[in-house]
Design a protein around this ligand. Structure first.
Ligand code: FMN
Length: 184
């Protein structure tokens, strides 16, 4: 889909949002492959870039990977509600997704994802002997042998969709109360 195609119905937009999330898994340059995940420790907001790894439409969940020891995991273990922001310049679409975050670092689902990942260069992101954020004497961390791999599930509870368009911006909200247009 391109910015030239405008969808007129709310159900059509919601379906297109999920289809584009799935497309972001396949298309390396899709804007929604990278997102900014905002969390809180209960006092201060925090945010960081993450890579979208999977989309589970049935449970309305987006999946990403992280180091199980990372500060973000501590934050959302205590405060599971976060926001994931995605922007696609091609579509002209921003998503602000209210999400409920949970993580798993053991079990079959985790080990089968790790089995696929461990042969790739990305595996080193989960093999540091020290937790993320630890001070280092040298810029490059060592590579250990034990993985600290966690699969994070972000269950989407609300979609705030914003379309930037030369003919007029549009915004819509999809949540437990239904679907409606909003002033952008
Ligand atoms: C392009 C890009 C993609 C990233 N993808 C991930 C990711 O998928 N998972 C992750 O844990 N960190 C990822 N990071 C690193 C995070 O943004 C962050 O620096 C790191 O996870 C530590 O965050 P924390 O201290 O909030 O836990 C990525 C960073 C960049 C620049």
């Amino acid at each position: 889909m391109t910015a030239a195609t405008r969808i007129d119905t709310l159900p059509g937009i919601e379906a297109a949002v999920w289809a584009e999330l799935a497309a972001a898994l396949r298309e390396k340059h899709h804007g929604w492959r990278l997102g900014v995940l905002a969390t809180t420790d209960g006092e201060i907001g925090d945010a960081r870039t993450i890579v979208l790894r999977d989309v589970e439409r049935e449970t309305r969940s987006l999946i990403f990977y992280t180091d199980a020891r990372s500060p973000k995991v501590r934050q959302f273990d205590a405060h599971p509600l976060g926001t994931l922001v995605l922007w696609s310049p091609n579509l002209g679409w921003q998503l602000r997704l209210r999400v409920s975050l949970s993580q798993q670092s053991s079990g079959l689902a985790v080990s089968s994802r790790w089995a696929r990942l461990k042969m790739t260069p990305a595996a080193q992101d989960y093999l540091s002997p020290l937790p993320p954020g630890s001070p280092l004497a040298h810029p490059s961390p060592e590579r250990g042998t034990r993985e600290f791999f966690a699969v994070v599930s972000a269950q989407v509870t609300a979609i705030d969709w914003l379309e930037l368009h030369a003919d007029g911006h549009r915004r819509a909200l999809f949540d437990a109360s239904g679907q409606r247009w909003l002033v952008p």
